[in-house]
Ligand binder design. Structure first.
Ligand code: F6P
Length: 318
């Protein structure tokens, strides 16, 4: 192994830059030439590939987003797109690739692996929706960002005696809403993994109001239901003022936490080591240790929802 490349793909997540920095600097320390690819798989297809040095990754460990840029590349889903990507890797004599991205990006990596390219992945997404790793890169920062934003909503919700619905991202996984909801003291947490009914939610809000609670916070994972429709239904059924706040992309940016910087750095170095050893697969963290699993294991199964954490959040509300 002489030359490797690194790319970031899919939705960006805080800690991606720390990971790119680790791949570049650790790779060079192991005698490799390291290339960057701009805009994920799109850059592989378009040959947007450039040599990196230790200095190209200076002053980025503390920054959110990704200096390599990112994309969701439809063309890479086609055989033709994959052929172009492989041709470009061969043209630059790149023997190994590090892909930092979520489940979609890993499925792309799996295609390359099945066609003989060595690929090592880092689970970069705020969604924490991969079952093989305890944490994905960016989740910890996003949880903290969401909690800080909920704190702000709490102030104004309290001042106006309002019910506030705060919608988080999550892409079908309730981890972000649940972890942030527990930390922010949410009264109701609505996630895709747990059945709920509007009547139960309203009953809870009315009961709390009768006990003297003037405002309430509902944390809602995206795609569970429309937050504005929910706000209207709650307002009608409870006669309480209810508003929805959709956090959107503010929760995906910002300075990465210590945890995410170190997770990115450790997973990046692990991927380089595994490529040198001739392996393909995905890095992650289990019980505090960095692991590396075959790509099929990384993509197999769905994440187990933490029902105990959910029950605890419910018991601590009101
Ligand atoms: O997968 C990461 C994620 O942030 C999801 O939580 C969210 O549903 C999606 O990306 C949003 O993607 P985009 O930035 O392309 O709208």
């Amino acid at each position: 192994m002489n030359k490797i490349a690194v790319l970031t793909s899919g939705g960006d997540s805080p800690g991606m830059n720390a990971c790119v920095r680790a791949v570049v600097r650790y790779g060079i320390s192991q005698g490799l030439k390291v290339f960057g690819v701009r805009r994920g798989y799109a850059g592989l297809i378009e040959d947007d590939i450039f040599a990196m040095s230790e200095r190209s990754v200076g002053n980025i460990i503390q920054t959110g987003g990704t200096i390599l840029k990112t994309a969701r590349c439809k063309e890479f889903l086609t055989q033709e797109g994959q052929n172009k990507a492989i041709e470009n890797l061969k043209k630059h004599e790149i023997d190994g690739l590090v892909v930092i991205g979520g489940d979609g990006s890993m499925r792309g990596a799996k295609e390359l692996i099945s066609r003989g390219i060595q690929v090592a992945c880092v689970p970069g997404t705020i969604d924490n929706n991969l079952y093989y790793t305890d944490y994905t890169l960016g989740f910890d920062t996003a949880v903290n960002t969401v909690v800080n934003l909920i704190n702000n909503v709490r102030d104004t919700s309290m001042s106006h005696d309002r019910v506030s619905i705060i919608e988080t991202m999550g892409a079908g996984c309730g981890d972000l809403a649940l972890t942030a909801g527990l930390a922010a003291g949410a009264d109701v947490i609505l996630v895709p993994e747990v059945k709920w009914s509007i009547d139960d939610v309203c009953e809870k809000l009315i009961r709390a109001k009768k006990q003297g609670k003037q405002f309430s916070l509902i944390v809602l994972s995206e795609h569970v239901c429309d937050p504005n429709d929910l706000a209207k239904m709650i307002a009608t059924k409870t006669e309480m003022d209810c508003r929805a706040v959709i956090l959107g992309h503010v929760q995906r940016g910002g300075m990465p936490s210590v945890f995410d910087r170190n997770l990115g750095s450790r997973c990046g170095a692990k991927c380089v080591d595994m490529l040198i050893q001739g392996e393909s697969g995905a890095a992650g963290m289990r019980n505090g240790k960095i692991i590396f699993v075959p790509i099929d294991d990384a993509l197999h199964g769905s994440r187990k929802f933490d029902a105990d954490e959910y029950i605890l959040a419910q018991r601590l509300s009101f």
